[in-house]
Design a binder for this molecule. Structure first.
Ligand SMILES: NC(=O)c1ccc[n+]([C@@H]2O[C@H](COP(=O)([O-])OP(=O)(O)OC[C@H]3O[C@@H](n4cnc5c(N)ncnc54)[C@H](O)[C@@H]3O)[C@@H](O)[C@H]2O)c1
Ligand SMILES: O=C(O)[C@H](O)COP(=O)(O)O
Length: 389
C-alpha cells in the first residue's frame, strides 16, 4: 500500500487511477510515499525520509525543490502538454484584450447603465475604447514548447505573421510547428520586430527577469506583452518604466502581484491558464499514471530530473538504482549482481544531466536480499535503490 499526499485539489478522475487496493490518498499524511500537487509551494516544506516521488499535475515545476529531489533520488514528474490547449485559448483571449479595449469598455458600460440616455452615452463614449486589429501584425513567441507551438500556429491561422525563438527546440516541437513561423536567431531579434510578444518559457535561475531593462530597450515601440508563463520572467520595475515610456502599450499577465494592480495598461488574470475541467483532468490522469507506474514498476516517464526508462513488467523481480552519471557504474553494479549469482534478465540504463537511472530485471533474488541492497548502496555515487517484486 502506498500513501499519496495531495497538496492541492486534484481532479478525481486522476486520483481514480490510483486504486484503493494499493493506494491510500490523504491530504494530511505526514510520511507519504508520493506527493501530487499543482501550484503549492513545496520549497518551504521538509521532504520526509521515505518520500519516493513527486508529481506536478501541470507544466511548471518551479514550485518544487527539484535539485533537492535529485540529490535524494526522488523523481519529479509533470504533465507536459496536458494543459497546453487551455493556455493557448487564454493567450488568444489575452491577444484580443490587449488590442481591443474590451475589459475597460465593458467595465465603463456598467458605470453608466443607470443613465437615462444610455444609447446616446454609449455611442458618444465608445471612441475611448478603440483598439487595433491583429490581422497582419507580427506576434513574437518566446519559447516554442507545448504551449508556444500551439499559440504560434493559431496566430498564423488568425492572419498574423509569427516569429519564434527557442534555442532548445525539441524534435517534438519541430514536428508540430508550422513552417510558416519565422525562426529568429535571438530574443532581441523577436522583440525588435513584434507588435505582440508572448512568453512561454519555464521560470528558473537562467530565465528569471528575462524581460529586463535591456530587453525593453530593444523592444518595438508600442508592443503589447503577454505573460502566461510566470511572473518572475519579467522585471516589474523595468516593465513599469517601459509602460511609462510607451515602449510597452499594454501588459497582460496571469500572475497577479501587488505592484501590477491599479494600472490601466496592465490586465491581470488570477492564474487561470490551466483552470479548465479538461486540462485539470488531463494533467491529473497523466501524473497519476506516471506515479503509479513508478511506484509499482520503477518505470519513469515525463520526469523533469530523471531520464525516461521503461521496462514492461514480465512478472520477474526488478531493482531500480539511481546514481550519479559517472564512469564505471554499470561495472560496479554488475559485480554486485555477480557476487550474489543473480542472472540479469534485462538491464536498461539511461541518463539525464548529472543523474543516471537503471532498471535491472532479475531471474531470481538471493535469500539475503537486504545484504544485496546494502552492497548496492555501498557503491560510491549510488543515490537510491528500490527492490520491486
Ligand atoms: N498560466 C498557466 O496557468 C500556465 C499553464 C501551463 C504552463 N505555464 C507556464 O508555461 C511554461 C511553458 O509551458 P509549456 O507546457 O509550453 O512547457 P514546455 O516545456 O513544453 O516548453 C517550454 C519551452 O521553452 C523553451 N525554453 C527554455 N528556456 C528558453 C529560453 N531561455 N529562451 C527561449 N526558449 C526557452 C524550451 O526549449 C521549451 O521548448 C511552463 O514552464 C509554466 O511556467 C503556465
Ligand atoms: O505550470 C502550470 O501547469 C500552470 O501554471 C498551472 O498551474 P495550476 O495547476 O496551479 O493551475
Amino acid at each position: 500500500m502506498f500513501t499519496i499526499r495531495t497538496l492541492n485539489n486534484i481532479a478525481p478522475t486522476g486520483l481514480g487511477k490510483l486504486s484503493e487496493k494499493h493506494f491510500h490518498i490523504d491530504n494530511t499524511a505526514e510520511n507519504p510515499d508520493g506527493i501530487i500537487l499543482r501550484s503549492f509551494d513545496m520549497h518551504s516544506m521538509p521532504l520526509n525520509d521515505n518520500l519516493l516521488a513527486v508529481a506536478r499535475a501541470g507544466a511548471g515545476t518551479n514550485n518544487v525543490p527539484v535539485d533537492q529531489c535529485s540529490r535524494r533520488g526522488i523523481p519529479v514528474f509533470n504533465a507536459p502538454g496536458g494543459n497546453a490547449n487551455a493556455v493557448k485559448e487564454l493567450v488568444l483571449t489575452g491577444l484580443f484584450i490587449s488590442s481591443r479595449r474590451i475589459v475597460d469598455g465593458s467595465a465603463w458600460v456598467q458605470t453608466i447603465c443607470e443613465s437615462d440616455a444610455l444609447e446616446k452615452d454609449i455611442e458618444a463614449g465608445k471612441k475611448n475604447f478603440t483598439g487595433p486589429e491583429i490581422l497582419g501584425k507580427t506576434l513574437g513567441v518566446i519559447g516554442l514548447g507545448a504551449i508556444g507551438v500551439l499559440v504560434a500556429n493559431a496566430a498564423l491561422d488568425l492572419g498574423m505573421d509569427v516569429v519564434g525563438y527557442d534555442p532548445y527546440l525539441s524534435l517534438e516541437s519541430a514536428w508540430h510547428l508550422s513552417p510558416s513561423v519565422e525562426k529568429a536567431d535571438s530574443i532581441e531579434d523577436v522583440v525588435a520586430k513584434s507588435d505582440y510578444i508572448t512568453l512561454h518559457i519555464p521560470l528558473n535561475d537562467k530565465t528569471k527577469h528575462t524581460y529586463n531593462e535591456t530587453l525593453f530597450s530593444k523592444t518595438k515601440r508600442g508592443a503589447r506583452l503577454l505573460n502566461f508563463a510566470r511572473g518572475g520572467l519579467v522585471d516589474n520595475d523595468a516593465l513599469k518604466e517601459a509602460l511609462d515610456q510607451g515602449i510597452i502599450s499594454r501588459y497582460i499577465t496571469d500572475f497577479p502581484e501587488k505592484e501590477l494592480l491599479g494600472n490601466e495598461n496592465i490586465i491581470v488574470t488570477p492564474h487561470l491558464g490551466a483552470s479548465t475541467p479538461e486540462s485539470e483532468e488531463n494533467c491529473a490522469i497523466m501524473v497519476a499514471e506516471e506515479l503509479r507506474d513508478y511506484l509499482y514498476y520503477g518505470n519513469v516517464k515525463n520526469s523533469v530530473n530523471f531520464p525516461n526508462c521503461t521496462v514492461p513488467y514480465n512478472g520477474k523481480p526488478r531493482i531500480a538504482v539511481s546514481h550519479r552519471n559517472i564512469v564505471n557504474m554499470i561495472g560496479q553494479l554488475g559485480a554486485v549482481f555477480t557476487k550474489y549469482s543473480i542472472n540479469i534478465d534485462k538491464l536498461v540504463n539511461n541518463s539525464k544531466g548529472e543523474l543516471a537511472y537503471n532498471i535491472i530485471v532479475c531471474d531470481s533474488l538471493p535469500e539475503n536480499e537486504d545484504e544485496l541492497i546494502r552492497d548496492l548502496y555501498a557503491i560510491n555515487s549510488v543515490i537510491k535503490v528500490r527492490l520491486l517484486k
